[in-house]
Design a protein around this ligand. Structure first.
Ligand SMILES: [Zn+2]
Length: 589
């Protein structure tokens, strides 16, 4: 089987340290799903992605179209290099039989499915790839590999009618998209592992928009996971992988070991070219010559203080731009504005007039973290997801604002452009926005002061409750709570803003009206093509049991599928109304 060679993931960062991944005693290790779809149809149809196939009249016609579209999909994916993030939570049943996370793993990389000599090599931490591949040949050890999860974006890289039996089940809507639901089973007697399960095919262009199942037959020495893989309509005629949910319970991996976990894989950053565009240039072009002249007159020579500020600003802008280019920041958007409203609430009620605006940006990854780059407050998608309410959000933002108000410095070396010239996969090694313990403590103290004068002052109990839940779960979720670029929210016994713990009510798992933290994935939706973040439109639901709280947990994914209107150069996900926020701007006192 040469499946490993088919997909390569440039490992940007592996949070589970290398030794952990490689450890043979790793309690919940797993296979690389070695679907060995042989060489794909080398020549993809030269048909344009947007071209609409003729309406199929028979089921056989439908299948011809589906196979053709899938080959086109694979040809397209060879040119795509999206970010891939897999977050795994190992589960254990409690006495009542409810499963909860006891450990976690995290992978972040960039998918590369192009054929070529670099297919088998991993780039990232030195020697990482080679070690993993070498270990895999030591057959009886099984490991979680980012590769294994990334592979589930593909149904079968040599998808042919002759290999499978197809059964039409029904028609069904997934969101707005009417689909044909088809059961797919590999024909008997094949040596190559192939997809077995169910596919959903849109009934206009016959693209596979979802597939759910596993690969069959299971290899003797490793396993194929079960997966539910979703694609979104990102460009006209182009449905690309966005989410994969994986779950296994009691998958026997040896005489005594068994696997029990759930995992979510997300893909984004498909349109990296657009992220790299220089927007400043177009802005200069639209300025009238007069206004350009006026500005330059006003600027004149900078005073030493202004020069220092400009220098810091330059370092900040360099860093922000660099991180966005890698595909780790969402471009400026609606959610940033909501965050800025909360920041503004804090500033206005404290009568603070900062020289220069505060900006907010979203780090697109799951691990919970927030930090500042100069006057830019960064908060991760995962942290935004799990924060239960606006007061908790205000708490996180207040800490970062504390750094800004106190004038804590950033690394101004980043104002030198050569400092930004490094490979994407080194981003987390080369950029570091950690603060020392004294600055952290000072920011906490300042944050409390800001919060006590703010509209959130009476709701800080909720924020404290969130911290309590975080503290309780931290030992079981080390990779979710480990920051990439900033300081940890909870490390050992210390927790950020710990003063708020005292004012929080008792944590009570059984109380349905007490929501200390939300599951991951509930609040922020990321457009995988543009990286634009928006608020999820999912309506809050009443919980029927405490089991449904799923604080900090991953869950299955059911995106509401929409079809791009033909010719529209727009993204699949329409923008969410910002009205869902309860942020209000109080009058200045
Ligand atoms: Zn801090």
């Amino acid at each position: 089987m040469r499946s490993v060679g088919r997909f390569s993931v440039l490992v940007l960062i592996v949070f589970s340290c290398v030794s952990q991944v490689l450890s043979q005693d790793s309690p919940a290790s797993a296979a690389q799903p070695a679907a060995d779809p042989a060489a794909p149809a080398a020549t993809a149809p030269a048909q344009s992605a947007a071209a609409m196939p003729a309406a199929a009249t028979t089921f056989n016609d439908v299948l011809d179209h589906v196979v053709q579209r899938e080959h086109l999909f694979i040809a397209q994916m060879r040119h795509m290099h999206p970010m891939v993030e897999t977050y795994v939570q190992d589960l254990k049943n409690d006495k009542a039989g409810d499963a909860s996370p006891v450990n976690d793993r995290y992978f972040l990389g960039r998918l590369d499915m192009s054929d070529g000599p670099e297919d088998t090599s991993f780039i990232g931490q030195p020697g990482f790839g080679r070690k993993v591949v070498a270990k895999l040949t030591g057959v009886y050890s099984l490991h979680f590999l980012p590769l294994g999860f990334a592979q589930m974006v593909i149904l079968d890289s040599d998808f042919q009618k002759k290999y499978y039996n197809f059964t039409l089940v029904r028609r069904e809507f997934l969101g707005e998209v009417r689909c044909l639901v088809i059961d797919v089973q590999p024909k008997e007697g094949q040596k190559t592992a192939r997809f077995m399960g169910r596919i959903w095919v849109d009934d206009q262009e016959y693209n596979i928009v979802r597939f759910n199942g596993t690969y069959y037959p299971q290899p003797k020495i490793s396993f194929f996971f079960h997966f539910d893989s979703w694609r979104l309509n990102m460009r006209p005629g182009m449905w690309l992988p966005a989410y994969i949910y994986t779950e296994e319970a009691n998958l026997k991996t040896g005489l005594t070991k068994s696997l029990h976990f759930k995992a979510q894989t997300r893909l984004w950053g498909y349109d990296l070219k657009a992220l790299n565009k220089n927007e400043e240039f177009t802005q200069i072009l639209v300025d009238s010559p007069q206004s350009v002249k006026d500005q330059s007159d006003a600027a004149a020579d900078a005073s030493p203080v202004v020069a220092q500020r400009m220098w810091e600003r330059q370092a900040e802008e360099n860093a922000v731009e660099r991180i966005q280019k890698v595909g780790l920041f969402a471009p400026p958007g609606e959610v940033d504005k909501i965050l800025c409203t909360v920041v503004n609430n804090l500033l206005v009620t404290n009568n603070i007039d900062l020289q220069g605006d505060v900006h907010c940006r979203i780090l697109l990854t799951a691990p919970l973290e927030s930090f500042t780059i100069g006057h830019t407050i960064v908060i991760s998608r995962g942290l935004l997801d799990v924060l239960p309410d606006e007061a908790s959000l205000a708490m996180v933002l207040a800490h970062e604002l504390g750094h800004i108000v106190l004038g804590h410095r950033m690394d101004t070396q980043l104002a030198f452009n050569d400092k930004l010239l490094f490979p994407d996969e080194d981003s987390f090694q080369r950029l570091d926005f950690k603060r020392n313990a004294a600055d952290e403590e000072a920011a906490d103290t300042k944050a409390l002061e800001l919060l006590k004068n703010s509209p959130y002052k009476d709701r800080l109990g909720n924020a404290g409750l969130f911290l309590k839940a975080l503290q309780q779960k931290a030992p079981d979720l080390p990779n979710l709570i480990r920051p990439h670029l900033g300081n940890s929210l909870a490390a050992g016994k210390s927790i950020r803003m710990s003063t708020l713990l005292a004012s929080a009510p008792e944590l009570d798992q059984k109380r349905l009206d007490q929501i200390a933290a939300l599951p991951l994935g509930g609040r922020i939706k990321v457009d995988p093509w543009t990286d634009q973040a928006e608020l999820s439109k999912a309506k809050p639901v009443a919980l029927t049991s405490a089991r449904e709280k799923m604080e900090f947990e991953i869950t299955p994914v059911f995106p509401y599928l929409t079809r791009l209107s033909s010719g529209a150069d727009k993204v699949a996900l329409t923008s969410a109304p910002a009205a869902t926020t309860q942020a209000s701007t109080p009058e200045k006192k």
